[in-house]
Ligand binder design. Structure first.
Ligand code: AP5
Length: 224
């Protein structure tokens, strides 16, 4: 079976985490979500967390040199030998270039950059109603994907919270950061022939189906 080395792209709240969880289950691949890694580091008060905290609270990106090493180390680990899913990385051109170098040095290739495309008004509605599991970051929405029991994670029973960076003024700033620093990666991957656009406006199940269909096609193409 051919290897899947995937990047998930898209604005804040597009559904990268929601689909990343499903992809991880479907394909049994290691899933590296930089936002989750950083939030866990902040909770654990590690050096990484201490460096990242203020940037995250403001909705700014953490500096490239803080995050690049973290992800490149993960990609070199044995668990990523047969493929990986990256969510939230790369987010700047220097990060994308560092990823290219890391992948090349491992003798691998990226399979695709999946852009989950959702307009800004929808993103704002999604982030406004998001509830996140305190322990492991499982994601729900009060209206679009409610938990069985209000305020409680279906997966591990922990408390559901509102993320600090889901306040309206921080959401606005995160969207500005996305437009300025991350959106250029759409053309970066388009130029490399790796970009695949997914309409992210349908329900989570429908978006998941579209992604599965796309990945099957990509695998068939790789194997012929
Ligand atoms: P991160 O955690 O990566 O935040 P993000 O990219 O802003 O993405 P989100 O987690 O907000 O959204 P998502 O696309 O995963 O959507 P979700 O599935 O939750 O990063 C946080 C911070 O960390 C950054 O601001 C930065 O400071 C730092 N950081 C991280 N990576 C970095 C990097 N590489 N470099 C520098 N700094 C970095 O869905 C959203 C809501 O919508 C949920 O409630 C969900 O239930 C609902 N939903 C999902 N899909 C659908 C659907 N199809 N229909 C209806 N509702 C849906």
């Amino acid at each position: 079976m051919s290897e899947l080395n995937l990047v998930l792209l898209g604005p804040p709240g597009a559904g990268k985490g929601t689909q990343g969880e499903r992809l991880q289950e479907d394909f049994r691949l290691p899933y590296y979500a930089t936002g989750d890694i950083l939030r866990s580091a902040v909770r654990g008060q590690s050096q990484l967390g201490i460096s990242a905290k203020e940037y995250m609270e403001r909705g700014d990106l953490v500096p490239d040199d803080v995050i690049i090493g973290v992800i490149c180390d993960q990609l070199r680990s044995p668990e990523a030998a047969d493929g990986f899913i990256l969510d939230g990385f790369p987010r700047t051109t220097p990060q994308a270039e560092a990823l290219d170098r890391a992948v090349e040095s491992l003798g691998k290739e990226l399979t695709a950059a999946l852009l989950i495309d959702v307009p800004e008004e929808e993103v704002i509605r999604r982030l406004g109603g998001r509830r996140t599991c305190e322990k492991a970051g499982h994601v729900f929405h009060v209206e679009f994907n409610p938990p069985e029991k209000e305020g409680v994670c279906d997966v591990d029973g922990s408390r559901l919270i509102i993320r600090d960076d889901d306040k309206p003024e921080v959401i606005r700033h995160r969207l500005e950061q996305y437009r300025e620093k991350t959106e250029p990666l759409v053309s970066y991957y388009e130029d490399k022939g790796l970009l695949r656009r997914i309409d992210g406006t349908a329900s989570p199940d429908e978006v998941g189906e579209k992604i599965r269909g796309l990945l099957s096609t990509l695998r068939m193409e790789q194997e012929t």
